[in-house]
Every structure is written in structure tokens, then in C-alpha cells.
Design a protein around this ligand. Structure first.
Ligand code: PAF
Length: 282
């Protein structure tokens, strides 16, 4: 593996200076840190496809609701930088909240349309996707990236970012990257670290429910209610936020007769109340 001299940059102007002197293509991997092998797969892809890779590590306050886990979100910059270096990234961009936002009260926001956010995670996390779209726009402008890498685990986020890029004419190619799972099926997530080992079986119910729905779909069961009810049975014991099926391209509700279907689940695992999401194309 090629090793480079990884730079850790905290200031926007400093990053802009470095970017100005780059002549090749720039890949951006936006993250909130606490990197795992899912992020690793995005970084690897960016390093393969670009001359210069920036990994942003920023726990974005604007995308967290007041009762959410902003304060306890894991912050592991040193470890993250080590992984970025191993994978051949060039820069870790880790700004402070003050560096990114002079005033979060008077901030110009990028707001995705109501139809895209009034469902799934957007419905239970009001303001979340405004925060995501705003910070991602800022990161695109700061890094002037040619390509940006997003995991398919955050399927609604990926849909919203692709739409934003199209609607606002960002000159950035969005590269979706597949979900990375543990051997037992658990989708990798920075929030998995909140889950006690004894509750792992609960966390695994999400991927089990998705796999079961996929099996039913492949056996010819295409009725939304039946598919969701079967998934819900497996999710028993969890505080389920939603089980939904949408068209993977348009994110419109699935209707029987549609050729493709994406099932998405969000559920909380107690006692830590960890909100997990997962999805699978059926
Ligand atoms: O997916 C995430 O980790 C975040 O939502 C993102 C895209 C880095 C924006 O803060």
C-alpha cells in the first residue's frame, strides 16, 4: 500500500491553499469520524479513483436535534487519522464548529424539498437533512472536489445529496458505496459502539428482518403489507421507528407491480436507546 504524508488540517483557509496547488482530481469522503471499515471502503475507493483524497471529520452540530447524541457522539481523531494514513488519504480535514459556523442561529441553510424529507429518517429527525445538505454543500465548496463518496447505509441521505447536486448544479460526481457488514450481518456504524455486547442480538434483528423480506420477495411475495409485517415480527422487542419500502431511484412509496424495491428500517435498541438504520434492495 502506498504511504503518503497525511496532513491534518483544522482551518478552511489552510485547506484551500493546499487544494489550490493540486492539479489532479480531488476526492472527498465526508465523515463524522469514529471511522470503521465502512468508511475505510469509501476512502479506498477515493484513493483509487483520484489523485488527491480529503477525508473530512466533523461532527456537524447543525444536523443533530436537541435530544440527540451530539455530545456523546464518539470523537476519535487520532485513530481516524491513522486509518486514513494507512489507506493512502492525503488530508484529514477536521475543523472546529466555530471554524465551520460563525453563527448557527443566522445560518443560510440548504433545505431539501418537503417531499424528500417528510418520510423515513427526515420525519423523525426534523431539520436533520437541512443540516446534512448544508454541511455537505460547504464541504463541496471548500474542497472543490470532483467526486464525493457516500455509503448506501444512509440511503435517504444519499438520495437527498444526489438530488441537491442535480438541483443546485454542483460539479461533483456522487459515488455511492455498498453497505459493509460484520460477518453476522450487522451493518457497520459508528453508533454500534453504544450497543452493549449482550444486546447485539437485538441489533442484529434489523439485518435479519431485511434478509427475510428479501427471501420472501424472491419467492414471489410482492405485497407491501405482508413484507413489512414479516419484518416487524422479527423486529419484536425493539422500538421501531419505521419499516418502509420505496423505489430505490425515486424514493417514492413502493407499489405492487414496481420492478425494484428498497426496504428501509430504523429502530432503537435499549437500554442505550441507540437508533440504528439499515436497508436492502429486495
Ligand atoms: O453520513 C455522515 O456521516 C454525515 O451525515 C455527513 C455526510 C458526513 C455530513 O455530516
Amino acid at each position: 500500500m502506498r504511504r503518503k504524508n497525511l496532513k491534518i488540517i483544522h482551518k478552511i483557509n489552510e485547506l484551500r491553499e493546499i487544494i489550490k496547488n493540486q492539479h489532479g482530481s480531488i476526492g472527498l469522503v465526508p465523515t463524522m469520524g469514529a471511522l470503521h471499515l465502512g468508511h475505510g471502503s469509501l476512502i479506498k475507493k477515493s484513493v483509487e479513483q483520484n489523485d488527491f483524497t480529503v477525508v473530512s471529520v466533523f461532527v456537524n452540530p447543525v444536523q443533530f436535534g436537541i435530544n440527540e447524541d451530539f455530545d456523546k457522539y464518539p470523537r476519535t481523531l487520532e485513530k481516524d487519522a491513522k486509518l486514513c494514513k494507512e489507506l493512502g488519504a492525503d488530508v484529514v480535514f477536521a475543523p472546529s464548529a466555530d471554524e465551520m459556523y460563525q453563527d448557527t442561529q443566522e445560518l443560510t441553510l440548504v433545505c431539501p424539498p418537503y417531499s424528500a424529507i417528510n418520510k423515513l429518517c427526515g420525519k423523525s429527525r426534523p431539520g436533520h437533512f437541512d443540516g446534512v445538505a448544508t454541511v455537505v454543500s460547504k464541504l463541496f465548496n471548500i474542497t472543490k472536489c470532483d467526486k464525493a463518496y457516500f455509503g448506501q447505509k444512509d440511503a435517504q441521505q444519499l438520495f437527498i445529496i444526489k438530488k441537491m447536486v442535480k438541483d443546485l448544479n454542483f460539479d461533483v460526481e456522487i459515488i455511492p458505496c455498498p453497505i459493509i457488514r460484520e460477518e453476522d450481518g450487522l451493518a457497520l456504524s459508528s453508533r454500534n459502539s453504544y450497543i452493549e455486547e449482550s444486546k447485539r442480538a437485538d441489533a442484529l434483528k434489523l439485518s435479519k428482518a431485511l434478509k427475510w423480506a428479501k427471501e420472501l420477495w424472491q419467492k414471489g411475495i410482492k405485497d407491501k403489507q405482508t413484507l413489512c409485517d414479516n419484518a416487524l415480527k422479527i423486529l419484536e422487542g425493539l422500538d421501531v421507528d419505521y419499516v418502509e419500502i420505496v423505489d430505490p431511484e425515486t424514493f417514492e412509496d413502493y407499489k405492487e407491480g414496481d420492478k425494484r424495491a428498497l426496504m428501509l428500517i430504523a429502530a432503537k435498541v435499549s437500554p442505550s436507546n441507540t437508533r440504528l438504520i439499515d436497508n436492502m434492495e429486495l
